[in-house]
Design a protein. Structure first.
Length: 294
């Protein structure tokens, strides 16, 4: 009994003082970094790398006690403060209600401070120039700051998150999108037309290129209106799906969900759910499973 209690105590202590790994940090915060990239045009790779470096993967005293993941000092800050020894003893740092607010304030700090203005003339996918620009603008005193950021980005492949940037300039200047630069249009057996996404494609770009509204494109593909990111190879229907296919069945031969089947057959998702008595379209389907299409 004593041994069991001792083990339980050790497990409790381990969980109490467990620290985040870098992989856990990236997995948890990558969406916030992408959200900030979409809204403020700061590379997600840079935001993540700074968060990792400045907060020690979210484990630093400043991150744990002040929810400050970017080492931003007070600088006239009107909100809560936390005092920690840094370059000098008892320096004033911004403190946040939660770490997500730290991500937001990091973006505001860069976009509202004139010394970082030149960063926003850089290519959003050029993380090396951004890293060097941050160091040059004085974000950190460490002479190796840019190299440290670049090393983290390349070691963890963080640059992949920059490829999903929503083309904000395309939204502001839609006439710059050429309808001649279109994806190849394919047709399913039930006459539903579709395209395959290329690198840096977005729903907005595909809608403009094919002469349909963004709202229509979301509806054709059973997607929520806040969906913006696409991966190369994603199938996007550009005409309404049908309630059946000329083919009777579809056999699952790789990792897929019913959403994937709907995209790859042009059959409405709701119809597939009813035909196959499946309640959750996001569940992974078993290899070899037969999906009825009519």
């Amino acid at each position: 009994m004593k041994l069991i209690l001792h083990i339980l105590f050790l497990l409790f202590a381990f969980n109490l003082f467990a620290v985040n790994s870098r992989a856990e940090y990236i997995s948890f915060w990558k969406k916030s970094a992408i959200d900030q990239m979409i809204q403020y045009k700061i590379p997600a790779s840079i935001t993540l790398a700074q968060g990792i470096l400045e907060s020690g993967n979210g484990n630093s005293k400043l991150a744990v006690e002040g929810n400050n993941h970017f080492g931003i000092k007070c600088h006239g800050w009107k909100g809560d403060k936390i005092y920690i020894d840094d370059d000098a003893k008892g320096e004033c740092f911004r403190s946040y209600v939660n770490a997500k607010e730290s991500y937001k304030d990091h973006s505001l700090f860069l976009t509202s401070n004139s010394r970082y203005k030149l960063l926003f003339d850089l290519n959003i996918k050029d993380y090396k120039s951004w890293a060097k620009g941050l160091k040059k603008a004085g974000y950190a005193t460490n002479k190796s700051y840019a190299d440290l950021l670049i090393k983290i980005i390349e070691k963890e492949n963080l640059y992949i998150y920059d490829k999903n940037v929503l083309a904000i300039d395309d939204i502001l200047h839609p006439n710059t999108i050429s309808r001649n630069d279109v994806n190849k249009v394919n047709t399913y057996s039930n006459r539903v037309k579709y395209v395959v996404a290329d690198d840096f494609d977005t729903y907005y770009k595909i809608a403009i290129k094919n002469g349909i509204t963004l709202r229509q494109l979301y509806r054709y593909n059973d997607m929520p209106s806040n969906k913006s990111l696409l991966e190369k190879g994603d199938v996007i229907c550009i005409t309404p799906k049908k309630i059946h296919s000329k083919k009777s069945t579809f056999i699952i031969v790789k990792k897929m969900t019913l959403i994937d089947v709907s995209q790859r057959t042009g059959v409405k998702l709701k119809k597939l759910l009813r035909l196959n008595k499946i309640s959750n379209p996001e569940n992974e389907l078993n290899m070899g499973k037969k999906i009825f299409l009519k």
